[in-house]
Design a protein around this ligand. Sequence first.
Ligand code: ADP
Length: 332
Amino acid sequence: MTKKIAILTSGGDAPGMNACIRAIVLVCERSGFDVFGYKRGYNGLLKQEYTKLCAAKVHNLAQRGGTILHSARCLEFKEDVSGQQAADNLQALGIDTLFVIGGDGSFRGAQHLGRFWDGQIIGLPGTIDNDIAGTDATIGYFTAIETAVESVDKVRDTADAFERIFLVEVMGRHAGFLGLNGALASAADYVILPELFENEDSTLGDILDQLGERREQRGDVSYIIILAENVWPAGIADLAEKIEARTKTEVRPVILGHVQRGGSPVSQDRLLALKLGAYAATLVGKPVTGVMIGEQNGQAVAVPLSSTWATNKPLDTLSVETMRLLMNNRYA
Ligand code: ADP
């Protein structure tokens, strides 16, 4: 029987969301399903703003950053009246299956919707933070690492030329995946992560000790510190001032900000997005709902939406170990 499918992208956008939309549309179209895309996350669902999707509309899409459906936050969606409105709209359009591509906030929204709508709901992990349990990686994470690394490489050139200390802030206020792997791949000297941060004094002491040792060994070389956003209590400028006051060396803070969300997705994100999207589309009409499709050890898995935010995903052990071996950090 012909099914009607809807897709929305919600929360922080991530490179690869478009590739995921493409995969869902192509597989669903091949099965003879009608596919709709809601605009601007849950806002479009509440206002019944959608567009019809088909193969022609997703042509040349896998390589494009952002999301053709646009993304947004929609705070009112937390209310029961919104859940009911969304359910009524899905019912009116005759939707059988809704795909939600987004982060843990968007999955909470999907779970909320499930209280009012008994159609099939399937989540796909799209966030640069990689902070979703139940999948080894999230769509957008690899591109964000690449962007951070390219930026740090550039900062390093000027840092070396002026023998300066540079502090580079990356996204990831609750999870240090981007900070940790971005710091490793860019051969930074020190990294400050939410999972491993103890307090200001121990971190500052650690940095100053390491810097002193480094300068004894190598002279006045550059020194690069990666800081995950929101970890240093008074912000990056405060940390820069504190290091500068104690080292008498110029410290330049650099905030990478939203550039980390942009850009054409790297192959790993395209592959993850296409694999998860295509697999998810094969589940239409099957007795599977309220789940996120993730990848674990090369296999597609369906995990309950509630488990994606219930547990804190641990940092990759091997990366943490490598940080201890190669970088200056002395995290216990
Ligand atoms: P992300 O999906 O990237 O984590 P957010 O945390 O901003 O992004 O969440 C995206 C959207 O999901 C919110 O703007 C809101 O519409 C919806 N949402 C988040 N939490 C809930 C909730 N507890 N109940 C209903 N909707 C929610």
